[in-house]
Design a protein around this ligand. Structure first.
Ligand SMILES: N[C@@H](CCC(=O)N[C@@H](CS)C(=O)NCC(=O)O)C(=O)O
Length: 210
């Protein structure tokens, strides 16, 4: 059985838990508290030298890092991962956009404003940039969603899962989605997909390992 190293309140980890749940894949879950430095222990660094979650052990001693790479691994061969050449490139386009434009702003704001005590004061200098660039990314998504129900391949795919993780948390870190009606409708569409789970969902106690 695959082992997922994850932090419950990490949006990047949630992407993987969401895909695994929707695909009905059983896995062992190991909670890693990054705020306590648990992703930088010598043992963890042998698994992921970059010291981050999520991390998936796919075979004994073989680990895949980077949430979006893990999504391609777990969803490979299923309708969630487009196979057609153009559809696949479209999905990749949006997943790179997620990592370069959305996550560094909405993800950073969520981490420092929600997860780190006193983070707002510590990161006051960065906050304005996160807001400006975060809103710019949301406008790009809004414009796409005015004419499309999903991001790639004309259907729900791992590109939607990648973009959903931090967008659905935006309101917790001061972003106002009031002027983004197409994004709000898309968030509802994603939440209505079969097998959808919320971020606080955990696999059953029997499968989870602490
Ligand atoms: N690009 C990576 C980012 C992963 C990431 O930032 N993980 C955070 C939790 S959301 C982490 O483990 N931070 C600990 C650290 O960087 O020391 C991905 O998409 O998986």
């Amino acid at each position: 059985m695959q082992t997922l190293y994850s932090m419950q309140r990490s949006g990047n980890s949630y992407k993987v838990r969401l895909a695994l749940a929707q695909l009905g894949v059983q896995y062992r879950l190991v909670e890693v508290d990054i705020l306590k430095g648990e992703s930088h222990t010598p043992e963890f660094l042998t698994k992921n030298p970059n010291g981050q979650v999520p991390l998936l052990e796919v075979a004994p001693g073989r680990h895949i890092a980077e949430s979006n790479a893990i999504l391609w691994y777990v969803a490979g061969g299923t309708p969630l991962a487009p196979d057609d050449r153009i559809d696949r490139a479209e999905a990749l386009q949006w997943m790179f956009f997620e990592q370069h434009s959305l996550e560094p702003n909405l993800g950073a704001a969520y981490f420092w404003l929600v997860l780190v005590k006193g983070g707002r004061d510590l990161q006051r200098h960065a906050f304005e940039d996160w807001m400006e660039e975060g809103y710019r990314s949301l406008r790009v998504m809004e414009n796409h969603l005015k004419h499309n129900d999903f991001f790639a391949a004309g259907r729900y795919t791992i590109a939607d899962i990648a973009l959903y993780a931090y967008t659905h948390l935006a309101h917790h870190s001061d972003y106002d989605l009031g002027t983004f009606p197409a994004i709000r409708k898309w968030l509802d569409r994603v939440a209505e997909q079969p097998g959808h789970i919320a971020m606080d969902w955990q696999p059953s106690a029997l499968e989870a390992a602490q």
